[in-house]
Design a protein around this ligand. Sequence first.
Ligand SMILES: [Zn+2]
Length: 326
Amino acid sequence: MARSIPFVTEPEVRYGTVAEMAPGLRRIVANNPGKFTYRGTGTYIVGRGRVAILDPGPDDTEHVDALLAAVKGERVEAILVTHTHRDHSPASRALAEATAAPVYGFGPHPVADTGNAPLAEPGDEESGPHPLGGTGDAKSDDAKIEERGDLEFIPDSTVVHGDVIEGPGWSFQCLHTPGHISNHIAYRWREMAGVFTGDHIMGWSTTIIPPPDGNMSDYMASLRLLADSPGDRFYWPTHGPPVTEPYPLVEALYDHRLERERQILECLATGPATITEMVRTMYADVAPELHEPASRSVLAHLIAMTADGRVTTGGQPTSKAVYCLP
Ligand SMILES: [Zn+2]
Protein backbone atom coordinates (compact mmCIF):
# COMPACT_ATOMS: atom_id res chain seq x y z
CA MET A 1 0.00 0.00 0.00
CA ALA A 2 1.29 3.43 -0.88
CA ARG A 3 2.07 5.82 1.92
CA SER A 4 -0.78 8.05 2.92
CA ILE A 5 -0.88 11.52 1.43
CA PRO A 6 0.15 14.30 3.88
CA PHE A 7 -2.80 16.58 3.17
CA VAL A 8 -2.91 20.01 4.76
CA THR A 9 -6.09 21.79 5.76
CA GLU A 10 -7.20 25.33 6.40
CA PRO A 11 -10.05 25.43 8.92
CA GLU A 12 -11.28 28.87 7.89
CA VAL A 13 -10.47 31.87 5.77
CA ARG A 14 -11.71 35.46 5.77
CA TYR A 15 -13.01 36.38 2.37
CA GLY A 16 -12.00 39.63 0.76
CA THR A 17 -9.30 40.50 3.29
CA VAL A 18 -5.57 40.59 2.76
CA ALA A 19 -3.54 37.91 4.52
CA GLU A 20 0.25 38.13 4.76
CA MET A 21 1.48 34.68 3.80
CA ALA A 22 5.24 35.35 3.76
CA PRO A 23 7.51 38.36 3.28
CA GLY A 24 6.37 39.98 0.06
CA LEU A 25 3.47 37.60 -0.39
CA ARG A 26 -0.16 38.51 0.20
CA ARG A 27 -3.28 36.47 -0.52
CA ILE A 28 -6.96 37.29 -0.89
CA VAL A 29 -9.43 34.41 -1.06
CA ALA A 30 -12.50 34.76 -3.28
CA ASN A 31 -15.84 33.80 -1.78
CA ASN A 32 -16.34 30.79 -4.05
CA PRO A 33 -15.91 27.77 -1.78
CA GLY A 34 -16.91 24.41 -3.20
CA LYS A 35 -16.13 20.82 -3.87
CA PHE A 36 -13.27 21.65 -6.23
CA THR A 37 -12.28 25.05 -4.88
CA TYR A 38 -12.05 24.13 -1.17
CA ARG A 39 -12.34 27.46 0.73
CA GLY A 40 -12.21 29.40 -2.52
CA THR A 41 -9.71 30.75 -5.04
CA GLY A 42 -6.59 32.14 -3.36
CA THR A 43 -5.26 35.04 -5.42
CA TYR A 44 -1.66 35.96 -4.62
CA ILE A 45 -0.03 39.38 -4.72
CA VAL A 46 3.75 39.18 -5.00
CA GLY A 47 6.09 42.04 -4.16
CA ARG A 48 5.61 45.55 -2.79
CA GLY A 49 5.15 48.72 -4.77
CA ARG A 50 5.50 47.04 -8.13
CA VAL A 51 3.66 43.78 -7.88
CA ALA A 52 2.51 40.70 -9.74
CA ILE A 53 -0.91 39.12 -9.25
CA LEU A 54 -1.29 35.36 -9.62
CA ASP A 55 -4.53 33.57 -10.52
CA PRO A 56 -6.92 36.52 -10.43
CA GLY A 57 -9.90 34.26 -9.81
CA PRO A 58 -13.54 34.04 -10.87
CA ASP A 59 -15.58 36.76 -12.53
CA ASP A 60 -16.60 38.26 -9.20
CA THR A 61 -16.78 42.02 -8.73
CA GLU A 62 -16.30 41.86 -4.97
CA HIS A 63 -13.12 39.83 -5.37
CA VAL A 64 -11.74 42.15 -8.05
CA ASP A 65 -12.58 45.19 -5.89
CA ALA A 66 -10.79 43.62 -2.92
CA LEU A 67 -7.71 42.97 -5.06
CA LEU A 68 -7.69 46.51 -6.43
CA ALA A 69 -8.11 47.95 -2.93
CA ALA A 70 -5.20 45.82 -1.70
CA VAL A 71 -2.83 47.19 -4.36
CA LYS A 72 -4.02 50.80 -4.17
CA GLY A 73 -1.02 53.10 -4.60
CA GLU A 74 1.05 50.26 -6.05
CA ARG A 75 1.67 49.34 -9.66
CA VAL A 76 0.54 45.98 -11.00
CA GLU A 77 3.19 44.89 -13.50
CA ALA A 78 2.02 41.40 -14.38
CA ILE A 79 -1.06 39.22 -14.08
CA LEU A 80 -0.15 35.54 -14.17
CA VAL A 81 -2.68 32.80 -14.87
CA THR A 82 -2.00 29.12 -14.14
CA HIS A 83 -4.81 27.76 -16.35
CA THR A 84 -8.17 28.52 -17.90
CA HIS A 85 -10.68 27.10 -15.45
CA ARG A 86 -13.34 29.59 -14.47
CA ASP A 87 -12.22 29.82 -10.88
CA HIS A 88 -8.75 31.00 -11.99
CA SER A 89 -8.64 33.23 -15.05
CA PRO A 90 -11.83 35.29 -15.69
CA ALA A 91 -10.97 38.12 -13.26
CA SER A 92 -7.84 38.78 -15.32
CA ARG A 93 -9.95 40.85 -17.70
CA ALA A 94 -11.29 43.30 -15.11
CA LEU A 95 -7.89 43.50 -13.43
CA ALA A 96 -6.08 44.16 -16.69
CA GLU A 97 -8.59 46.83 -17.59
CA ALA A 98 -8.17 48.56 -14.24
CA THR A 99 -4.37 48.31 -14.06
CA ALA A 100 -3.23 48.10 -17.71
CA ALA A 101 -0.98 45.19 -16.65
CA PRO A 102 -0.29 42.45 -19.21
CA VAL A 103 -1.85 39.03 -18.67
CA TYR A 104 0.45 36.02 -18.97
CA GLY A 105 -0.65 32.44 -19.61
CA PHE A 106 0.02 29.38 -21.74
CA GLY A 107 -2.83 30.06 -24.12
CA PRO A 108 -6.59 29.89 -24.63
CA HIS A 109 -8.78 27.15 -23.22
CA PRO A 110 -7.94 23.84 -24.95
CA VAL A 111 -10.31 22.70 -27.67
CA ALA A 112 -10.10 19.10 -26.44
CA ASP A 113 -11.57 20.07 -23.10
CA THR A 114 -15.21 19.39 -23.77
CA GLY A 115 -16.20 20.72 -20.40
CA ASN A 116 -19.87 19.82 -20.64
CA ALA A 117 -19.61 16.42 -22.28
CA PRO A 118 -20.41 13.45 -20.04
CA LEU A 119 -16.91 12.03 -20.42
CA ALA A 120 -15.28 15.18 -19.21
CA GLU A 121 -17.53 16.39 -16.46
CA PRO A 122 -15.33 17.12 -13.52
CA GLY A 123 -14.91 14.21 -11.19
CA ASP A 124 -12.97 13.96 -8.02
CA GLU A 125 -11.15 11.32 -6.13
CA GLU A 126 -12.04 9.95 -2.78
CA SER A 127 -8.86 10.86 -1.06
CA GLY A 128 -9.27 14.44 0.07
CA PRO A 129 -10.51 15.22 3.53
CA HIS A 130 -13.68 16.78 2.10
CA PRO A 131 -14.17 19.14 5.01
CA LEU A 132 -16.98 20.91 3.18
CA GLY A 133 -19.65 18.39 3.96
CA GLY A 134 -17.89 15.10 3.52
CA THR A 135 -20.82 13.54 1.73
CA GLY A 136 -19.20 13.51 -1.66
CA ASP A 137 -21.55 15.97 -3.30
CA ALA A 138 -19.48 15.75 -6.44
CA LYS A 139 -22.37 16.79 -8.63
CA SER A 140 -23.10 20.14 -7.11
CA ASP A 141 -23.77 22.60 -9.90
CA ASP A 142 -21.42 25.14 -8.38
CA ALA A 143 -18.58 22.70 -8.53
CA LYS A 144 -19.24 21.95 -12.16
CA ILE A 145 -19.29 25.61 -13.01
CA GLU A 146 -16.02 26.30 -11.22
CA GLU A 147 -14.15 23.65 -13.15
CA ARG A 148 -15.56 24.62 -16.54
CA GLY A 149 -13.44 26.43 -19.02
CA ASP A 150 -12.96 30.17 -19.42
CA LEU A 151 -13.54 30.25 -23.16
CA GLU A 152 -12.87 33.98 -23.44
CA PHE A 153 -9.35 33.85 -22.06
CA ILE A 154 -6.65 35.19 -24.37
CA PRO A 155 -3.33 36.08 -22.73
CA ASP A 156 -1.56 39.28 -23.79
CA SER A 157 1.66 37.35 -23.60
CA THR A 158 1.89 33.58 -24.06
CA VAL A 159 4.48 31.72 -22.03
CA VAL A 160 6.17 28.38 -22.56
CA HIS A 161 8.14 26.11 -20.28
CA GLY A 162 11.32 27.79 -19.08
CA ASP A 163 10.24 31.38 -19.73
CA VAL A 164 11.08 33.86 -16.98
CA ILE A 165 8.91 36.84 -16.05
CA GLU A 166 10.77 39.45 -14.03
CA GLY A 167 9.97 42.43 -11.87
CA PRO A 168 11.53 44.23 -8.91
CA GLY A 169 12.12 41.65 -6.18
CA TRP A 170 10.48 38.82 -8.02
CA SER A 171 11.09 36.59 -10.97
CA PHE A 172 9.00 33.65 -12.05
CA GLN A 173 10.16 30.61 -13.93
CA CYS A 174 7.30 29.15 -15.97
CA LEU A 175 6.84 25.40 -15.54
CA HIS A 176 4.53 23.75 -18.06
CA THR A 177 2.64 21.21 -15.97
CA PRO A 178 -0.09 19.58 -18.08
CA GLY A 179 -2.31 16.85 -16.66
CA HIS A 180 -5.18 18.55 -14.84
CA ILE A 181 -5.50 20.60 -18.03
CA SER A 182 -3.11 20.84 -20.96
CA ASN A 183 -2.50 24.58 -20.61
CA HIS A 184 -1.42 24.49 -16.96
CA ILE A 185 1.61 26.57 -15.95
CA ALA A 186 3.11 26.56 -12.45
CA TYR A 187 5.25 29.57 -11.57
CA ARG A 188 8.41 29.19 -9.53
CA TRP A 189 9.18 32.34 -7.55
CA ARG A 190 12.92 32.03 -7.67
CA GLU A 191 13.80 34.52 -4.91
CA MET A 192 11.65 32.64 -2.40
CA ALA A 193 12.30 29.12 -3.69
CA GLY A 194 8.59 28.38 -3.86
CA VAL A 195 6.19 27.32 -6.57
CA PHE A 196 2.68 28.58 -7.26
CA THR A 197 1.24 25.22 -8.18
CA GLY A 198 -2.26 26.25 -9.30
CA ASP A 199 -4.45 23.14 -9.48
CA HIS A 200 -1.58 20.84 -10.45
CA ILE A 201 -0.73 20.21 -6.81
CA MET A 202 -3.13 21.12 -4.05
CA GLY A 203 -2.38 20.43 -0.42
CA TRP A 204 -5.91 19.64 0.66
CA SER A 205 -6.90 17.07 -1.98
CA THR A 206 -5.80 15.20 -5.05
CA THR A 207 -6.54 17.07 -8.25
CA ILE A 208 -8.92 15.91 -10.96
CA ILE A 209 -7.65 14.59 -14.29
CA PRO A 210 -10.70 14.83 -16.56
CA PRO A 211 -10.23 13.13 -19.98
CA PRO A 212 -9.93 13.89 -22.81
CA ASP A 213 -7.88 17.04 -22.20
CA GLY A 214 -6.91 15.91 -18.72
CA ASN A 215 -4.11 13.42 -19.24
CA MET A 216 -2.79 11.00 -16.63
CA SER A 217 0.60 10.37 -18.29
CA ASP A 218 1.18 14.10 -18.57
CA TYR A 219 0.04 14.61 -14.99
CA MET A 220 2.44 12.01 -13.62
CA ALA A 221 5.29 13.48 -15.68
CA SER A 222 4.38 16.92 -14.32
CA LEU A 223 4.50 15.54 -10.78
CA ARG A 224 7.98 14.15 -11.49
CA LEU A 225 9.03 17.52 -12.89
CA LEU A 226 8.47 19.10 -9.48
CA ALA A 227 9.53 16.08 -7.43
CA ASP A 228 12.85 15.93 -9.25
CA SER A 229 13.67 19.66 -9.03
CA PRO A 230 15.52 20.16 -5.77
CA GLY A 231 15.40 23.28 -3.63
CA ASP A 232 11.73 24.22 -3.48
CA ARG A 233 10.76 25.21 0.05
CA PHE A 234 7.08 25.92 -0.51
CA TYR A 235 4.15 25.17 -2.74
CA TRP A 236 1.44 27.79 -2.85
CA PRO A 237 -1.59 26.13 -4.42
CA THR A 238 -4.47 28.30 -5.61
CA HIS A 239 -6.81 26.42 -3.28
CA GLY A 240 -5.85 25.72 0.30
CA PRO A 241 -2.98 26.63 2.58
CA PRO A 242 0.73 26.77 1.74
CA VAL A 243 2.57 23.46 1.66
CA THR A 244 5.74 23.79 3.71
CA GLU A 245 7.01 20.28 3.08
CA PRO A 246 6.57 19.98 -0.68
CA TYR A 247 8.59 16.86 -1.43
CA PRO A 248 6.77 14.38 0.83
CA LEU A 249 3.50 15.64 -0.66
CA VAL A 250 4.49 15.41 -4.31
CA GLU A 251 6.04 11.96 -3.83
CA ALA A 252 2.92 10.73 -2.05
CA LEU A 253 0.68 12.08 -4.81
CA TYR A 254 2.82 10.25 -7.35
CA ASP A 255 2.78 7.02 -5.32
CA HIS A 256 -0.99 7.30 -4.99
CA ARG A 257 -1.38 7.19 -8.77
CA LEU A 258 1.11 4.32 -9.09
CA GLU A 259 -0.93 2.45 -6.51
CA ARG A 260 -4.10 2.97 -8.55
CA GLU A 261 -2.35 1.60 -11.62
CA ARG A 262 -1.17 -1.40 -9.65
CA GLN A 263 -4.76 -1.99 -8.47
CA ILE A 264 -6.03 -1.82 -12.05
CA LEU A 265 -3.49 -4.45 -13.15
CA GLU A 266 -4.46 -6.59 -10.16
CA CYS A 267 -8.15 -6.41 -11.14
CA LEU A 268 -7.38 -7.34 -14.73
CA ALA A 269 -5.16 -10.23 -13.66
CA THR A 270 -8.37 -12.01 -12.63
CA GLY A 271 -9.95 -11.48 -16.08
CA PRO A 272 -11.41 -8.82 -18.40
CA ALA A 273 -13.38 -6.09 -16.65
CA THR A 274 -15.26 -2.86 -17.21
CA ILE A 275 -14.47 0.32 -15.30
CA THR A 276 -17.63 -0.13 -13.22
CA GLU A 277 -16.44 -3.56 -12.13
CA MET A 278 -12.93 -2.35 -11.36
CA VAL A 279 -14.18 0.62 -9.37
CA ARG A 280 -16.39 -1.67 -7.29
CA THR A 281 -13.26 -3.55 -6.23
CA MET A 282 -10.75 -0.71 -6.06
CA TYR A 283 -13.02 1.65 -4.17
CA ALA A 284 -14.77 -0.93 -2.00
CA ASP A 285 -14.09 1.14 1.11
CA VAL A 286 -15.44 4.34 -0.41
CA ALA A 287 -19.03 5.60 -0.36
CA PRO A 288 -20.96 4.44 -3.47
CA GLU A 289 -21.84 8.03 -4.46
CA LEU A 290 -18.11 8.61 -5.07
CA HIS A 291 -17.81 5.64 -7.41
CA GLU A 292 -18.98 7.63 -10.41
CA PRO A 293 -16.34 10.38 -10.07
CA ALA A 294 -13.78 7.70 -9.21
CA SER A 295 -14.60 5.97 -12.47
CA ARG A 296 -13.39 9.02 -14.40
CA SER A 297 -10.08 8.86 -12.63
CA VAL A 298 -9.81 5.16 -13.49
CA LEU A 299 -10.67 6.02 -17.10
CA ALA A 300 -7.82 8.56 -17.14
CA HIS A 301 -5.46 5.82 -15.93
CA LEU A 302 -6.78 3.33 -18.49
CA ILE A 303 -6.32 5.76 -21.38
CA ALA A 304 -2.68 6.15 -20.35
CA MET A 305 -2.17 2.42 -19.74
CA THR A 306 -3.79 1.49 -23.06
CA ALA A 307 -1.57 3.98 -24.87
CA ASP A 308 1.60 2.47 -23.44
CA GLY A 309 0.45 -1.12 -23.94
CA ARG A 310 0.06 -2.25 -20.34
CA VAL A 311 -3.67 -2.73 -20.88
CA THR A 312 -5.69 -3.51 -23.98
CA THR A 313 -9.28 -3.10 -25.07
CA GLY A 314 -11.23 -3.98 -28.21
CA GLY A 315 -11.60 -0.42 -29.47
CA GLN A 316 -11.15 3.00 -27.93
CA PRO A 317 -10.54 3.26 -24.17
CA THR A 318 -13.95 4.62 -23.15
CA SER A 319 -16.02 4.55 -19.98
CA LYS A 320 -18.00 1.55 -21.26
CA ALA A 321 -15.19 -0.53 -22.77
CA VAL A 322 -14.04 -3.93 -21.50
CA TYR A 323 -10.37 -3.96 -20.56
CA CYS A 324 -7.92 -6.80 -20.23
CA LEU A 325 -4.23 -7.54 -19.93
CA PRO A 326 -2.44 -7.84 -23.29
ZN1 LIG B 1 -8.58 23.75 -12.51
